[in-house]
Design a protein around this ligand. Structure first.
Ligand code: C2E
Ligand code: MG
Ligand code: MG
Ligand code: MG
Length: 289
């Protein structure tokens, strides 16, 4: 609130600001004990090969079920964890849970795990990743780490070395939320990504007449292909968008049309059945021609 009011105006203290600050403080304190109280869990969303309907992997997403407030979005609590120094502990827990789960899947199915920029720039990150893979006997090639361009903003001189050491370990690297940040093209040159994840803001509704998103997706796919990288379109919800995304040549698809993030048991079932059908999630809401 202080930031919003800060454009050259006087920043006076409003009662609402006080409650906002203490609310955040309360959440921070509660998050501290959330792992031990077993309020955190992981869910898994299928990632499907675009040419066909076979599941090639799952992305893990963290969930926090607060005892009185119910579900709290990671968009809300991950930033808190980053600011109050809890992200290391939570991030290590996420790696352990998701890698243990992936080790129960058929061997060709990959696990994609989100890494916070702060976690990525922890000097111990390579040891943590390597140790967790070894603990659960998962081949490094089956792990894909999803990173946002935030890792480059930290301006850590160790960033390049971390990329090189993770590649040497054999894990795959994906650039998440592509297209939403500042100068993503420079980052593509700098780091050895295997995959670009095209942000949902370009994908959702791309098939609607007059949308310019198709042209942008096409350009990203062409760029990725010439750099030897895969592409995943995030946020595919409708049959029309699915058809367009396939036409545009994305290599993989992720979105509610193939499944929302689901508990481990459901993911294991999908991993074993190996294919998944699009189920027309929300396609009725879409203007059709
Ligand atoms: P993300 O990594 O870009 O994950 C994709 C988000 O889009 C997820 O939201 C997913 O549930 C949602 N999504 C997937 N398909 C669709 C779709 O078709 N339609 C719509 N409307 N949404 C879709 P979620 O789980 O709330 O996660 C939000 C963000 O929180 C993630 O964005 C990621 O940045 C962060 N996050 C989630 N889990 C973790 C984690 O374990 N560690 C870290 N560091 N960050 C995480
Ligand atoms: Mg992600
Ligand atoms: Mg994303
Ligand atoms: Mg995101």
């Amino acid at each position: 609130a202080a930031k919003a009011a800060g454009r050259g105006q006087h920043c006076f203290f409003e009662p609402s600001m006080h409650s906002e600050a203490s609310d955040r403080q309360i959440l921070e304190n509660e998050l501290r004990g959330a792992i031990d109280r077993e309020e955190l869990s992981m869910v898994y969303q299928p990632i499907v090969r675009a040419a066909g309907e076979d599941v090639c992997g799952f992305e893990s997403m963290i969930r926090w079920e607060h005892p009185s407030r119910g579900f709290i979005s990671p968009e809300k609590f991950i930033p808190i964890a980053e600011e109050c120094g809890l992200i290391g502990k939570i991030g290590a827990w996420v790696l352990d849970q998701a890698i243990a789960e992936a080790a129960t899947w058929p061997d060709e199915i990959r696990i994609a795990i989100n890494l916070s920029p702060i976690q990525f720039n922890d000097p111990k990150i390579v040891e943590i990743v390597a140790g967790t893979l070894q603990k659960h006997r998962l081949r490094a090639e089956r792990l894909e780490l999803e990173i946002t361009e935030g890792v480059f903003l930290a301006d850590s001189s160790a960033t390049d070395e971390t990329f090189a050491r993770l590649k040497a370990l054999g894990v795959r690297l994906a650039l998440d939320d592509f297209g939403t940040g500042y100068s993503s093209l420079g980052y593509l040159k700098k780091a050895p990504f295997d995959k670009i994840k095209i942000d949902q803001s370009f994908v959702r509704g791309a098939s609607i007449t007059g949308s310019r998103n198709g042209a942008i997706i096409k350009a990203i796919v062409t760029l990725a292909e010439s750099l030897g990288m895969d592409t995943t379109a995030e946020g595919v919800e409708t049959f029309d968008d699915l058809a367009l995304i396939r036409d545009l040549g994305c290599s993989q698809i992720q979105g509610y049309i193939f499944g929302k993030p689901a508990p481990a048991e459901k993911a294991r079932e999908l991993a074993e059945s190996a294919t998944v059908e699009p189920d027309g999630y929300s396609s009725q809401r879409e203007p059709r021609q």
